[in-house]
Design a protein around this ligand. Structure first.
Ligand code: 3PG
Length: 216
């Protein structure tokens, strides 16, 4: 299976992806378990904090049910680090030629971040027809995705940035949107309070909502 086919498979089974920021390594495993318990298994753990690398390593080792993606890839060095940590997929907020080169070597599923037609053209040219649309709400929301789908009918989108529990189903109802991501599934307040039950409840509500939509 090619990395793109693998990505398509991951997103089809996991159309809601928490964007996770971990400040304390000790929170990593209970947080990941709480999400998995709620039926959310593909996780984007961002490289935004000093704790992130150790947190990712622990989740990979101790929560085998989780499909651990590494997010906030900002350089070729981040790609290499994500590979070392055991990432199953990579997510970037934007891209550079260096990131594309490193991803080609890594041979891992990759969601390149785009916000404009030109960036989407580059992603398609590099062989990626499924992209992260970021920052989704400030960059024009659903209307922007529908407009981009005009000239780029082959493109598929995973928007993140400003999506919430209250509106994620509207995004997922758009045919070109294959998945959505957001931090609402792993709120900083719940993590700070070690309120893992709340995290599981949020995840379960989201999972039930999409399962209900699929059944309908
Ligand atoms: C991301 O990197 O995808 C965003 O920071 C997530 O945005 P949100 O906090 O608005 O969900």
């Amino acid at each position: 299976m090619t990395p793109n086919e693998l990505l398509a498979r991951i997103l089809a089974a996991n159309p809601i992806i928490p964007v996770i920021t971990i400040s304390k390594v000790a929170d990593a495993v209970p947080l990941a378990k709480a999400l998995v318990d709620g039926g959310i298994t593909a996780l984007e753990v961002t490289l935004r904090t000093p704790a992130a690398p150790d947190a990712i390593e622990r989740i990979v080792k101790e929560v085998p049910e989780a499909i651990v993606g590494v997010g906030t890839i900002r350089s070729a060095g981040d790609v290499a680090q994500a590979v070392r940590l055991g990432a199953k997929f990579l997510v970037s907020p934007g891209t550079t030629a260096g990131i594309y080169r490193a991803v080609a070597q890594a041979k891992l599923p990759f969601l390149p971040g785009i916000a404009t037609a030109s960036e989407l053209l580059v992603a398609l040219d590099q062989g990626f027809d499924t992209v992260k649309f970021f920052p989704a709400v400030p960059a024009g929301g659903i209307a922007a995705i529908k407009a981009l789908a005009g000239p780029f009918s082959q493109a598929r989108f995973c928007p993140t940035g400003g999506i919430s529990e209250g509106n994620f189903l509207e995004w997922l109802a758009v045919p070109e949107i294959v998945a959505v991501g957001g931090s609402w599934l792993a709120p900083a307040s719940a993590i700070k309070a070690s309120n893992w039950r709340e995290v599981t409840a949020i995840a379960r509500r989201a999972r039930d909502a999409i399962d209900g939509t699929t059944r309908a």
